[in-house]
Design a protein around this ligand. Structure first.
Ligand SMILES: Cc1ncc(COP(=O)(O)O)c(C=O)c1O
Length: 450
């Protein structure tokens, strides 16, 4: 395992092993991250990476695609089945290019409609939903919708009013930091009331939709995009779905040759493996547990004086205003990271602080749920998070919690073979006699190569 990297590139080998240990012995709570299965990992590392296959199955610009065609066809069929869609394009390299392709398909490269409407970034939307530094805000005229200033829930009546005033060509539904269920049916009605296309970006919640714990988007949308690496638990990448044949043809042309060259077939194979996993009944249980865990974590945070945007969560994600506990997002992110809890600083709706130094943090449960943690662990993690947020400078506290986290993680192993390998080649220095009983992060610095 990784033998060849070890021989060819010891530095990269070393960095990979350190990341293995970081993932194995830390709490990954960034809501857009997850741990893929060994099967997905294997598929992503196959010889399929060698193959050029510009075009689509059976219409390629390269020879030797007979097996690649089968790989991509299988991925398409599984994506369609998973989301109950008539058409799927599995080639987008990632979520941002998928959104770009979808917007271009719905507007004929911006020639048939310049105005789009999406959720503002500082309210929970994504850069590609119309932010001014992104292609979506540069090439299109944008009118962004916000959440309700008091409840921080989406206010569909206000969105409808804005749509009637602005008459956008495309309305984008979907978010990157919204802790509540999105009503795609209502978005459809709003889009219909102004003759707009509805583009739904379900990147964050795709796995929850598959599990039936979030309202479906595909049946209400003209086009749906999703990354494959978040709650869907696949490799980095994205897909585009639609039930409209004309739009499907436009999307295919825009993805290739419009925007991309050769598809990354090793990742398409890995997407396909992830889709096969998501089609199994166990995945439904996984999705349900993500939400149960997020709710248990929310309860624990609130019981320990946390201030949650909207007062809780319906999905996999929690947005917290840490200024109420005397700190700021960046400081909380750093302090939690020092104890082995990875979260990200985030603006909260109507933040009075800057995006570089926002008031909040964003955290979620997809990755911890993958490793088998349940409500009991969430309750404890909520206590730790709040202790650190209230005492971000207390190094002894962080050290104590970090050691407890290592113990917890040992009960929920992630990649045992890789971890064993890392333990073999990254030995603690002689100053550490008992592996993992001391701070993992501190010992990183002291590890030396075999
Ligand atoms: C809602 C949403 N759409 C699109 C993307 C972009 O995906 P990628 O980072 O793969 O380009 C993200 C990523 O965070 C996202 O949250």
């Amino acid at each position: 395992m990784l033998d060849h990297i070890k021989q060819t590139d010891p530095e990269t080998f070393d960095n990979i092993l350190r990341e293995v240990l970081r993932q194995e012995f830390g709490l990954e709570m960034i809501p857009s991250e997850n741990y893929v299965s060994p099967a997905v990992l294997e598929a992503a590392g196959t010889v399929l990476t060698n193959k050029y296959a510009e075009g689509y199955p059976h219409k390629r610009y390269y020879g030797g695609c007979e097996y690649i065609d089968k790989v991509e066809e299988l991925a398409i069929e599984r994506a369609k089945k998973l989301f109950n869609a008539k058409f799927a394009n599995v080639q987008p390299y990632s979520g941002s290019p998928a959104n770009m392709a979808a917007l271009f398909a719905l507007t004929d490269w911006g020639r048939q409609g310049k105005k789009i409407m999406g959720m503002a970034l500082d309210q929970g939307g994504h850069l590609t939903h119309g932010h001014k530094v992104n292609f979506s805000g540069i090439l299109f005229d944008v009118s962004s919708y916000k959440v309700d200033p008091k409840t921080h829930y989406l206010d569909y009546d206000a969105i409808e009013e804005l749509a009637k005033k602005e008459k956008p060509h495309v309305i984008i539904a979907g978010a990157t930091a919204y802790p509540r269920e999105i009503d795609f049916k209502r978005f459809r009605e709003i889009a219909d009331s102004v003759g707009a296309y509805l583009l739904s970006d379900i990147s964050h919640i795709a796995g929850l939709i598959v599990a039936g714990v979030h309202q479906d988007a595909v049946q209400y949308s003209d086009v749906t995009t999703t990354t494959t690496h978040k709650t869907l638990r696949g490799p980095r990448g994205a897909i585009i779905l639609t039930n409209n044949e004309e739009l499907a043809q436009k999307i295919n042309k825009i993805v290739f040759p419009g925007m991309q060259g050769g598809p990354h077939e090793h990742l398409i194979a890995a997407k396909s493996v992830a889709f096969a996993e998501a089609l199994k009944p166990e995945f439904k249980e996984y999705g349900k547990q993500i939400v149960r865990n997020a709710k248990a974590l929310a309860t624990s945070l609130i019981e320990n004086d946390g201030t949650l945007i909207t007062g809780g969560t319906d999905n996999h994600l929690i947005l917290m205003d840490v200024t109420k506990n005397g700190t700021i997002g960046a400081e909380a992110e750093k302090a939690l990271g020092e104890a082995g809890i990875t979260v990200n600083k985030n603006t909260i709706p109507y933040d009075t602080r800057s995006p570089f130094s926002p008031s909040g943090i964003r955290l979620g449960t997809p990755a911890l749920t993958t490793r088998g943690m349940k409500e009991k662990e969430m309750e404890q993690i909520g206590v730790w998070i709040m202790e650190i947020i209230k005492n971000p400078k207390n190094d002894d506290l962080k050290k104590k919690i970090e050691a407890e986290i290592v113990e917890l993680c040992k009960k929920f192993p992630l990649y045992p073979e890789l971890t064993e390998l890392a333990q073999k080649y990254l030995k603690p220095s002689s100053s550490f006699s008992i592996f993992y009983t001391l701070s993992i992060k501190k010992s990183f610095k002291l590890w030396k190569k075999n």
